[in-house]
Design a binder for this molecule. Structure first.
Ligand code: F6R
Length: 610
């Protein structure tokens, strides 16, 4: 998501901040800006678009030279991607400057309070509240004012601020979003990630949770929120620049697989109320509009279609509405029966896929209520939809969808629970129970990721397998489909996802020794049936891998050559954890073949052709 780089030292700061921001481009962004300290003021320049656009703006109106400054690349969450919403943001006087990465959950309340107190806002961002709060605390030392702001804000924050009255001082703070200090000789850096300063220094200090850091060119001071000074733990970075961008992982895909707990936490943030019920009032939909819906259609392509499959099961089970799912390229040409009581949910991580967009536009033209589920703020899908539910996975660089898929599943689970609540189709107790399970997913996914090394070992054994089937029933069926797609697209193996009960109607003819069959059996009410289907595969000579919930290893071992476990949880919600071992399996098989998993052949991240 957003990237921040700050510098205090003797060198001309613009020349350091622009390359620093370029090193953070991999995080994804839609606008960029700089703030440079002058004698008694701070100059700011911002520009929607790429860093090259910011450089062009600088060439037209150059900033005066300065030696302390902040640069920021913004990945929009609150407010459209435009120049006004680009960071850094200022208070009413222009003497406090703030760059932020993350989401301030209670920004709306803070903003109303600040407006009532006479502050004027220039942008639609959550970030700007921080600048105005700091303006009200102008009498305090800057670090103390930042500590006070941290105590009043909820959500994920990495802040870097400066004040005209405190030359050559940057103050940073961290909760939830990353922030690191680069320690130089007579100069220091503050950044969202190491690549921003790695060409200047290899010495770094990590800013821990709920810490405030002050840097000048000669000093680094870290305190907790009570102001107690803490020892600095300096580390030396051994990685090169490319490895640093991947956070120490060997590929972006591996990094993104491991980012899933954080991405899911962000997607959940602010969407489950204190009473345990889901709150999607952010959709801005009149509950009455949701109550008149009599049929739901979910449309998407590829991996996003597998999220649609899970949504069908969840909405039918929890909301008791009929749901049809369609591959978007089929939906738009098959003349579906739609009217104003139909709810169409279009899912697209990029928000730009041409088939999904055409399906969404078609549905809207028929008068349907259109909800878009996307990862990209202000994307074409977001603009077309009557309401948008954002996944907050952050930018995904690997072409194969991983964290955008699991965050889609989570967003759709929240939507299913919200619909059930608004329409009264389930009692509150059971909704609270299910929402609690969704809330525990970051922890469960973290646990599922711990099996990565075992899966790597198992994957070596399948390096020469050519044919693979992935089987599952109910909530495990979309997981099986996704496991097969991942293996096809990054390891170039022939892999088929099937409903486990469907094998005997034809595909079982393909089962013989040498074929690998991966059975997913985490859905409790069909587990025994899936396991017995796997017996049918074993009897015909297939090698069997089973994915089951912890506690069911014994049943699985009776049929499987290898058993992979995931933490237990309610049916359907567990799709999120069940897919993790399959992502890892595909990943490790592909890397065992020496393939470039981040850029598989013939594939594009955003498909804008029919
Ligand atoms: C598979 C993958 C693709 C996309 C599909 C739809 O890993 O990434 O199958 O899921 O191209 O893309 P979006 O979600 O952007 O509409």
């Amino acid at each position: 998501m957003c990237g921040i780089v700050g510098y205090v030292g003797p060198r001309p700061v613009v020349e350091l901040l622009i390359p620093g921001l370029a090193r953070l481009e991999y995080r994804g962004y839609d606008s960029a800006g700089l703030a440079i300290q002058q004698q008694d003021s701070i100059a700011v320049i911002k520009q929607v678009g790429r860093i090259a656009d910011l450089e062009h703006a600088l060439s037209l109106s150059p900033l005066p030279e300065g030696h302390t400054g902040i640069g920021h690349t913004r990945w929009a969450t609150h407010g459209a991607p435009n120049t006004i919403n680009a960071h850094p943001h200022r208070d009413c006087t222009g003497s406090v400057i703030v760059a932020h990465n993350g989401i301030i959950e209670n920004w709306a309340d803070l903003r109303s309070e600040l407006i009532a107190g006479g502050h004027e806002f220039a942008s639609d961002t959550d970030t700007e509240v921080v600048a105005h709060m700091l303006e009200d605390l102008a009498d305090l030392p800057l670090a103390e004012a930042v500590r006070s702001v941290m105590k009043r804000t909820d959500g994920a924050l990495a802040l870097v601020v400066m004040r005209a009255s405190d030359p050559d001082l940057l103050v940073g703070a961290r909760r939830g979003s990353p922030l690191v200090v680069g320690k130089g000789d007579g100069e220091n850096f503050l950044a969202s990630d190491i690549p921003a300063f790695l060409e200047h220094t290899r010495r770094m200090v990590v800013v821990d949770e709920d810490r405030v850091v002050e840097i000048t060119k000669e000093s680094i001071r870290i305190t907790d929120l009570e102001g107690t000074e803490l020892p600095l733990e300096e580390r030396v970075i051994e990685w090169d620049l490319e490895a640093a961008e991947k956070g120490g992982f060997s590929t972006f895909m591996e990094k993104e697989i491991h980012e899933q707990p954080r991405a899911i936490t962000d997607t959940l943030r602010g969407r489950i109320r204190r009473d345990g019920l889901v709150d999607l009032s952010e959709l801005g939909l009149d509950p009455e509009r949701l109550r008149i819906v009599d049929k739901v259609y979910v449309v998407a392509c590829g991996t996003s279609f597998h999220a649609a499959m899970m949504a069908k099961y969840a909405i039918e089970r929890w909301v008791r509405l009929p749901v049809e799912i369609d591959i978007a390229s089929e939906f738009r040409y098959r003349d579906p029966v739609l009217d104003s009581n139909s709810l169409v949910i279009a899912i697209s991580q990029s928000g730009e896929t041409i088939d999904t967009m055409a399906a969404a536009r078609y549905a809207k033209a028929q008068g349907c209520l259109l909800i878009g589920v996307t990862n990209v703020v202000d994307s074409a899908l977001a603009r077309e939809s009557n309401a948008v539910l954002y996944t907050r996975a952050g930018p995904e660089i690997g072409v194969a969808a991983t964290k955008t898929f699991t965050t889609q599943l989570v967003a759709l689970q929240l939507l299913g629970l919200y619909l059930a609540q608004v329409r009264g189709s389930r009692d509150e107790g059971s909704l609270v129970h299910l929402a609690a399970a969704v809330r525990s997913l970051p922890k469960l996914v973290e646990e599922a990721l711990q099996a990565s090394t075992d899966i790597e070992d198992i994957s070596q054994k399948f390096a020469h397998t050519r044919d693979v089937f992935f089987l599952g029933r109910s909530g495990d069926f979309p997981v099986a489909m996704e496991g097969a797609l991942k293996l096809k697209e990054i390891a170039y193996l022939r892999a088929e996802g099937y409903a486990a009960g469907e094998m005997k109607h034809g595909p079982i003819a393909l089962i013989e020794p040498g074929v690998l069959v991966v059975g997913v059996a985490t859905d409790t009410h069909v587990r025994a049936k899936t396991i017995s289907n796997m017996q049918e595969m074993k009897a015909r000579g297939a090698t069997i891998v089973m994915v089951v919930e912890r506690g069911h290893e014994q049943e699985a071992e009776e049929v499987a050559d290898h058993v992979l476990t995931v933490p237990p949880g309610p049916d359907l919600i567990c799709t999120v954890t069940a897919v993790v071992p399959l992502q890892l399996l595909a990943y490790h098989i592909a890397t065992a073949h020496g393939l470039d998993v981040d850029k598989p052949r013939n594939l594009a991240k955003t498909v804008t052709v029919e």
